[in-house]
Design a protein around this ligand. Structure first.
Ligand code: FES
Length: 113
């Protein structure tokens, strides 16, 4: 797959069947761990590692568009990446998503893989 001029690439990480509505999934892409979330049929992608300390958000709890970190209970809006509840203060990185023929593709930076 051809890289964009900035080194980013669309990567197919899952299929729509893999991430039903209200569910999430974890995907390692090079050095990055990306979380996919299905919010009422729309797929969103963020970094999967909490910005407060080290925990995978997909080990936490998804309630509508809010993910709660399993370690200290910080919360983020998965649609925007915004930190909405302490102790999380820094926002999550978000990624562009597109669905092509049932495949969920995410625009990821050059992850060295
Ligand atoms: S590691 Fe997520 S809130 Fe502390």
């Amino acid at each position: 797959m051809a890289a964009n001029t900035d080194g980013s690439q669309w990567r197919a990480l899952a299929t729509l069947d893999d991430v039903p509505a209200g569910k999430m999934s974890s995907h390692e892409v090079g050095d990055i761990n990306i979380a996919l979330y299905n919010i009422d049929g729309t797929i969103f992608a963020t970094d999967n590692v909490c910005t407060h300390a080290y925990a995978l958000l997909t080990d936490g709890w998804l309630d509508n568009n809010i993910i709660e970190c399993p370690l200290h209970g910080g919360q983020f809006d998965v649609c925007t990446g915004k930190a909405v509840c302490s102790p999380a203060e820094a926002d999550l990185r978000t990624y562009q998503v597109r669905v092509v023929e049932g495949r969920i593709e995410v625009l990821v930076p050059d992850a060295g893989s």
